[in-house]
Write a protein that binds this ligand. Structure first.
Ligand code: C5P
Length: 413
């Protein structure tokens, strides 16, 4: 069977980052992808990322005379087996239904003689609006295949249908449409993401160790030093790794979070306890140190409550805590992939690059905590590796976790 050729039109919505995952999936399954990005799509995903993933030029404008000469917009769509619009925003669906052709994407869609698949993603109210429902019906009447969006929590905080389906599910839909046999299609379990698909899952047979949450450093039996880490990002990574088939050990500082399904959780309080629990949990294939470990502890902890004295406040002498990440990096049981986190408020990437080298980690996931990331549900991260930096747009911590876990699986091969 020849490789399916997909013309992928990327619209401007928060789900556009998943188009990158879709390009990777199609390529992995042996397909070819040429990307066209709408003007608003370029605000969410850069043409450079799509060009790197597809290994092809990316087209953004109707007025690029060079490309019009070399590759007319009509020809662009004629060279594909299928045109996929992903994410198909409410605006793109409306233009497609009305036959508007005011940019490269909509002109291609009007000019194509190839089957079109639209994969909508938008806010639940936009999806359920009678105008969108009417547009979807019109497109279906035209013979355009409009996938149903997934239901779930949305980037905007609401709940309902409107989420972009998982890129694997989109690929399966594409492959089925084109009669293409793929590894994920012949797998009878692949359509059931919650089902234990055993050895097909990307981290099957791996041990993943995650640290999460803050540490509490006791001052005396009733007082402690703490920080604002909620543990949400680390717990989401542990959950995503378990869903990907890994055996997961989660060493958690004091947090108010439920243990994710399939995860072995070890609760600790202080940095010293966390360091010990991590050593006991090794060896691991992957270690992801997400915990916000306190840098210092009280040097002279006595076990007695410190009394208020008339002579003024006590002087608290501090001692340095063990650096768990650096210790694991230098130790005999160093995991094949060692990942640290860096919470910064300025020069995020530069500090992360320095931290990667200083601590001996393979990757540092840098996040800008100048906003309300700590305790919040969304995160904006940069994956800092030895020779590149991958920047993801702001997204829910669960989505960050899923993308990171797939990257971890790819890195282990
Ligand atoms: O030095 P900083 O705290 O910014 O480094 C953050 C990274 O190092 C995180 O991955 C964190 O879990 C890890 N770390 C550690 N032990 C420490 C301090 C930080 O493992 N004592």
């Amino acid at each position: 069977m020849t490789a399916p050729r997909i013309l992928l039109i990327v619209g401007g919505g928060i789900a556009a980052y998943k188009a990158c995952e879709l390009v990777r999936t199609i390529r992995k399954e042996g397909g070819e992808v040429t990307c066209v990005v709408t003007d608003s799509g370029t605000k969410f995903v850069t043409p450079m990322s799509l060009a790197a993933l597809s290994e092809r030029p990316v087209y953004t404008t109707l007025w690029d005379l060079k490309n019009e000469a070399e590759m007319g917009h009509i020809q662009l769509s004629r060279q594909a087996d299928l045109v996929v619009v992903c994410p198909a925003t409410a605006d793109l669906l409306a233009k497609m239904a009305a036959g508007i052709a005011d940019d490269l994407a909509t002109t291609l869609l009007l000019a194509t003689d190839k089957p079109v698949l639209a994969v909508p993603a938008m806010n639940v109210r936009m999806w359920q609006h009678p105008a969108t429902m009417r547009n979807v019906q019109t497109l279906r009447d035209f013979g355009i295949d409009v996938m149903e969006p997934d239901e779930g929590p949305m980037a905007c905080g609401e709940y309902g249908p409107g989420r972009l389906p998982d890129p694997t599910a989109i690929w399966q839909h594409i492959a089925r449409k084109l009669g293409h046999s793929s590894a994920s299609l012949v797998d009878p379990l692949a359509d059931q993401p919650d089902f234990d698909a055993g050895t097909h899952r990307s981290l099957h047979g791996r041990h993943v160790l995650v640290t999460a949450g803050p540490t509490w450093e006791p001052i005396d039996p009733v007082r402690y030093i703490a920080n604002r880490s909620s543990g949400k990002q680390g717990f989401a990574i542990a959950a995503a790794a378990a869903q990907a088939g890994a055996r997961v050990t989660l060493v958690a500082g004091p947090v108010h979070l439920e243990t994710p399904i399939g995860v072995e959780r070890i609760d600790v309080e202080s940095a010293v306890q966390m360091a010990e629990a991590v050593q006991n949990a090794l060896p691991a294939d992957i270690a992801v140190m997400v915990a916000a470990v306190a840098d210092w502890r009280i040097a002279s902890y006595t076990g007695q409550k410190i009394k208020k004295r008339g002579s003024g406040p006590p002087a608290l002498a501090l001692a340095e805590n063990p650096d768990i990440l650096a210790t694991v990096a230098a130790g005999p049981n160093r995991p094949a992939l060692l990942v640290g986190f860096a919470a910064e408020t300025q020069d995020v990437i530069r500090y992360a690059q320095e931290k990667r080298l200083r601590k001996g980690a393979d990757w540092i996931i840098a996040n800008d905590v100048s906003g309300d990331v700590m305790g919040g549900d969304a995160n904006t991260v940069h994956i800092v590796r030895d020779n590149d930096v991958i920047s993801l747009p702001e997204m829910p911590k669960e989505d960050v976790a899923r993308i990171l876990v797939e990257r971890f699986a790819d890195a282990l091969g």
